[in-house]
Design a binder for this molecule. Structure first.
Ligand code: 5GP
Length: 261
């Protein structure tokens, strides 16, 4: 499949046009960013692992009847995806309190929540993706009430599915972020899961040791980022197609830059 022109470049991925109507190529970069782009690094091999892990999870969701943008993985770094109109909200679901929730509300880190907590933020880098209420989403027409119902129902289903999948391989699904998009087919609109699901977008803790197996290793300078992502792939029973993971010369993140405010 030939890549056309670049449609969009985000912090961790690039979207390219294809000749096929309604389809795009999503390329996973090795770039890692945190704290609204203030901390940046190149983590060699991250894109390969996220491509494979996200493919695995989205394929499983598709098989469970949850519609996603994934068509198929094309190679080590690219996926063929359905082009959707991205809804400008991030949906966050939490099973254990940590991260911004604990900072914002003073809840003790690691508190197990009685039931999953769903939060929304407005997808806007300049504003730092601020937390918003459902009322803001409706007031500013970022999504309709029907779309939000579908998003909430799908998010809870995904949380159930993924919690079980990770629990089965000794990993706690602490929290994660989802994005959704509108897919138009024959004048009919459907809201489907878009974007990736990977250790970049989830918090994953080892059940026994609570060792972090996700992007917090980068955010908090814990080191061994790639080893942690590899561990997730290994436990899920997947590794990049060559299995010559050694071909991807994993090394420490390079070019870390932290911008001072
Ligand atoms: P928190 O709000 O605690 O920083 O993040 C909650 C969860 O959502 C974490 O799993 C985090 O990785 C994910 N998340 C929230 N916002 C973003 C984002 O802008 N990019 C990525 N990759 N993940 C995010």
């Amino acid at each position: 499949m030939n890549k056309g022109k670049k449609l969009y470049e985000g912090k961790a991925k690039i979207l390219y046009e294809t000749k096929e109507k309604g389809l795009a190529i999503q390329h996973f970069k090795d770039d890692a960013t945190a704290f609204n782009n203030q901390k940046k690094a190149n983590v060699e091999g991250k894109g390969v692992l996220n491509n494979r892990i996200s493919e695995h999870i989205l394929q499983n969701l598709n098989q469970a009847g949850i519609k996603t943008h994934l068509v198929k993985r094309l190679n080590m770094r690219e996926q063929l995806v359905k082009l959707v109109e991205i809804i400008p909200i991030e949906v966050i679901i939490r099973n254990i309190a940590t991260g911004s929730l604990t900072k914002r509300l003073g809840i003790a880190d690691g508190t197990i929540l009685d039931k999953p907590l769903l939060e929304y933020s407005y997808k806007n880098d300049e504003l730092g993706d601020p937390l918003v209420a459902k009322e803001h989403i409706l007031a500013f027409n970022w999504a309709t009430i029907d779309e939000l119902s579908k998003i909430e129902e799908t998010t809870f289903r995904i949380n159930d599915f993924m919690s079980g999948m990770f629990r089965g391989v000794g990993i706690k699904l602490v929290d994660f972020k989802l994005e959704f998009g509108r897919l138009w087919e024959n004048d009919k609109k459907e809201v489907i899961l878009a974007d990736e699901i990977s250790p970049d977008t989830c918090r994953l803790w080892d059940v026994k040791s609570e060792r972090k197996l996700d992007k917090d290793r980068f955010r908090k300078d814990l080191g061994n980022i790639i080893q942690a992502y590899q561990e997730v792939a290994r436990r899920l029973g997947i590794m990049p197609e060559t299995t010559n993971i050694s071909e991807v010369n994993f090394k420490k993140p390079t070019s870390i830059s932290i911008k001072k405010k």
